[in-house]
Design a binder for this molecule. Sequence first.
Ligand code: HEM
Length: 199
Amino acid sequence: MIAPRRLHRAAGAVLAVFVTVHIANHLVALAGVDAHVRFMERARLVYRQPVVEVVLLLCAALQAASGLSMLWTGRHRRRTVLGWLQAGSGAYIALFLAIHVGAVLAARIVGGLDTNFYFAAAGLHVWPFALFFAPYYFLAVAALFAHVGCALRRGRAVVARMSGAGVVVAVLIVATLMGKVVPVAIPARYLATFAFAGP
Ligand code: HEM
């Protein structure tokens, strides 16, 4: 059997390629929603290929499972701040991945929605859902950068720089999704997902 740590590193390397493109895709929205959608359409030509997507989703599941396994088995040995930061950020990413990928697939397969910028942003434009989605997305990006910073094993200064960069990137992405950077008008079909909360 492959050790959870090796599995975590291998799945993480595959996932890192997608996540780099994915975060870049969200930063492209700083230049407008159209730029974001054009970037996503090109990236999807690769990651929406059935074989690529199956490998990607499998890696996401393996990443979360192996990470949670190490979180549990290492619970008595974890004594440093960096150790706890790595474990805590990893636990949040595993929870986020389960909700996020589940929501994306359900919206696509059951809801028939194009899971583009508007899908990600809709919840931030409906009260009180913004109270959930703002910290949910912010923490995902911040945790990702902190987690990768810890995994690099280059000491506290690198972790601090990576975590700081994560906070900046997270603020930019969430502010853009909220329509605070460029104009954002969410189409009615995306807002309808939250219609059950209305009068
Ligand atoms: C603010 C942060 C994020 C937002 C707004 C966001 C939004 C999205 C959207 C809209 C999709 C659908 C893409 C498509 O239909 O082509 C998606 C898919 C996905 N995201 Fe994220 N995401 C964020 C962060 C993350 C992070 C941090 C991870 C990983 C740690 C992640 C992993 C994934 C995965 C695995 C998919 C499924 C790809 C597929 O098979 O289509 N996302 N995300």
